[in-house]
Design a binder for this molecule. Structure first.
Ligand code: NAD
Length: 349
């Protein structure tokens, strides 16, 4: 597959490939835009079927970060990193040191943080090789640490806004929510939803996670193959991308789709497919911005935890504005969000 004619290329500023034979590191860092500031976006470690699959993933994620940071009002552009996981390159100190050197070589044009497959401890090692990293625990009341609880809080506010707009309810009491994936974000989201009186349906491919959730919260366990189509008011995808597509959308029974996963729509047209079925979709990069709000506040060091809480709470009203425009114009919510992002970026140029 070519690079400049790649379907996801979308005028990326730059794409960087790194190899470190000693540790086995193979990584791609994609910088989509620096129009609003340095490109901020996490690092994902994943086993890809091919180099092309890794390139496609990093390009889609990087562009999504440009839009996410713009709509969240952050002074950052968009970028993303992927580390290609393989038996030749197990997680090791040397691997993350090599990744840190790769990030450092970009001299601050890209700032990294945790994403899927990366822990706070991994990022601590990266920090040893570069200052251009965030998502590390802070002392006192400073913003920082694992972004997942903040992502979950933003998704929770987004679900509240979507339920108000689509179901006309000003509380989540008695609302059923199907959560696909109870990993770092999903588990925090389940706790918030339970505390708000929602009933939970959950699925995960990891039985241990289901077991520990069952010890903590009441939740109906659904098989991974059924969770997208179960009888719930809200579907919250919190696992994988591409779950909303021409095959799944006709079978979804929820009235609202609002979850943390990046790149939920397989293609932009899937937004219109959801609208045509009367399903209100919370654009992924708008609802899941809580984590990046936390890591960028940590990076800038200008806002404490209470300030991050306030900024993340704005995700609800921001989505309510998109839902209101969608109701007025009939446009899909993803189209409205993309337009808002492009306008913010164009105004900065
Ligand atoms: P995670 O890896 O901790 O959790 C994902 C969970 O999904 C895991 O428990 C995994 O077993 C489960 N899963 C995988 N395939 C599944 C399937 N087919 N059916 C059901 N469950 C399945 O990741 P995370 O950090 O919780 O992130 C979840 C999603 O949210 C990802 O798409 C990520 O890109 C996105 N996101 C995360 C953050 C963050 O702060 N962590 C921020 C923004 C977006």
């Amino acid at each position: 597959m070519g690079v400049f004619n790649h379907p996801e290329f979308d005028h990326h500023d730059s794409i960087h490939c790194f190899e470190d034979p000693a540790s086995g590191l193979r990584a791609i860092i994609a910088i989509h835009s620096t129009a609003l500031g340095p490109a901020a976006g996490g690092c994902r470690r994943w086993t890809y079927a091919s180099d092309d699959a890794a390139l496609t993933d990093v390009l889609r994620l990087s562009r999504g970060m440009t839009y996410k940071n713009a709509v969240a009002g952050l002074p950052f552009g968009g970028g993303k990193a992927v580390i290609l996981a393989s038996e030749r390159a197990p997680k090791s100190r040397a691997l993350f040191e090599a990744f840190g050197r790769a990030v450092d070589s970009l001299q601050g044009r890209y700032i990294t943080a945790e994403d899927v497959g990366i822990s706070v401890d991994d990022m601590r090692i990266v920090r040893g090789a570069t200052p251009f990293v965030s998502g590390l625990p802070q002392d006192g009341t400073g913003a920082g640490g694992d972004p997942s609880p903040w992502t979950a809080l933003g998704v929770f506010h987004g679900i509240e806004a979507a339920v108000a707009a689509r179901l006309g309810k000003d509380s989540l009491a008695g609302v059923s929510v199907a959560v696909q994936g109870i990993g770092h974000v999903g588990i925090y989201l389940c706790r918030l939803l339970h505390d708000a009186g929602a009933s939970l349906l959950v699925a995960d491919v990891d039985g241990d996670k289901l077991k520990s959730l069952a010890e903590e919260l009441p939740a109906e366990v659904v098989s991974p193959s059924d969770i997208l189509f179960c009888d719930a008011d809200v579907l919250a995808p919190c696992a994988l991308g591409n779950v909303l597509n021409s095959e799944t959308i006709p079978r979804i029974r929820a009235k609202v789709v609002a979850g943390a996963a990046n790149n939920q729509l397989a293609a932009a047209e899937d937004g219109a497919r959801l609208t045509a079925r009367g399903i209100l979709y919370a654009p992924d990069y708008v609802i899941n911005a809580g984590g990046v709000i936390s890591v960028t506040c940590e990076y800038l060091g200008d806002v404490d935890e209470a300030g991050v809480t306030d900024l993340v709470a704005q995700i609800g009203p921001r989505l309510a504005g998109i839902f209101e425009e969608a109701a007025r114009t009939g446009e899909p919510t993803n189209v409205i969000a993309d337009r808002q992002a492009r306008k913010i970026i164009a105004n900065a140029a």
